[in-house]
Design a protein around this ligand. Sequence first.
Ligand SMILES: Nc1ncnc2c1ncn2[C@@H]1O[C@H](COP(=O)(O)OP(=O)(O)OP(=O)(O)O)[C@@H](O)[C@H]1O
Ligand SMILES: [Mg+2]
Length: 327
Amino acid sequence: MSLRTVFEGRPDRRYVMFGGKGGLGKTTLSATSAFWLASHGKRVLLFSVDPQASLSDIFQRDIFGKGPVSIMPNLWAQEVDADRRIRDYQDEIRKKIIDMYGFERVPEEIDNYIAAASAEPAMEESAIFDAVVDIIVQGDYDYYIYDLVPLGHALYYLSMAKVYDEWINKITKLREDMGQYDRVAATMRRQETVEEDKILEELQYIKTRINASSQILTDKRRTAFFFVLVPEDMIILDTRKAAELFARFDVPISGYVVNRVLPPELGRAPSLPPYLRSRISMQEKHLERIRTAFGDQVLAYVPEMERDVTGLPMIERLAERLFGNGR
Ligand SMILES: Nc1ncnc2c1ncn2[C@@H]1O[C@H](COP(=O)(O)OP(=O)(O)OP(=O)(O)O)[C@@H](O)[C@H]1O
Ligand SMILES: [Mg+2]
């Protein structure tokens, strides 16, 4: 099995993610896979919620907060501006308050409260989560490649779907129960039927959206989740631990990609400086450990290029190394 055979043999796995610790090559591999799929006629959206604007960096284009930007035929890249989503949220809340209470404008105390609530980290995460849901439930592309932030956060987002879901289940149940009492009370007071429960409706709407997205993200038939690692002691250890955690959150792992492998031809060079010779033999040992730990779940060994992977020509070169030349 290789990355290529996974893509070719499993075209139904349309939601693709590369997870791993910071700086190991998630964005690089996401962009390279997106490039390869797009050049094989698939419509691909590569997206990120990273405030670091890493897709702007790799494509050397300013795409931050601009919606899906066309990079080449069949390939679009999108960087969600989470801060702007939060401001939109605030405006929406203000508008609802004005409509509900018939204010001319939102009273200052309430506005302060809205601002304070938006500074909460939970608010930012829920804005980001919402943006991801928006992107993946729309379904206009053949592939959605989610360029993840480093491991801990990624895990958090994925688990968030589960937590949200349980939380909303509880609240919905509570409101349904309350609704019954409301109706009884209304009948006793001979009132017209109580007005529809707007909040309950809203919750049910959120729930369908979250269900749709968490099902997608944890569905082995539709999702390909790859782990990126490099041949280094600590990283191998961390990857094994993380894989266990992901298993606990029911995130299916489709395989491992080993990045930054020194080119094997280097080792055959006749006069190699001792420094390099030592690095190569160290890497050999780590690669051996990776083979023992992950075996045939390793889908690719990605060479360390002579410079950073930025710009389409460089991405294309890496794609050729990674997927082979055959189109
Ligand atoms: N095979 C490679 N050869 C050469 N340079 C590489 C290779 N893979 C990654 N790089 C470089 O390493 C740096 C980090 O890679 P990248 O941004 O893809 O990592 P990341 O996992 O997305 O990082 P973060 O966790 O910050 O999002 C980049 O400068 C990238 O160009
Ligand atoms: Mg990245």
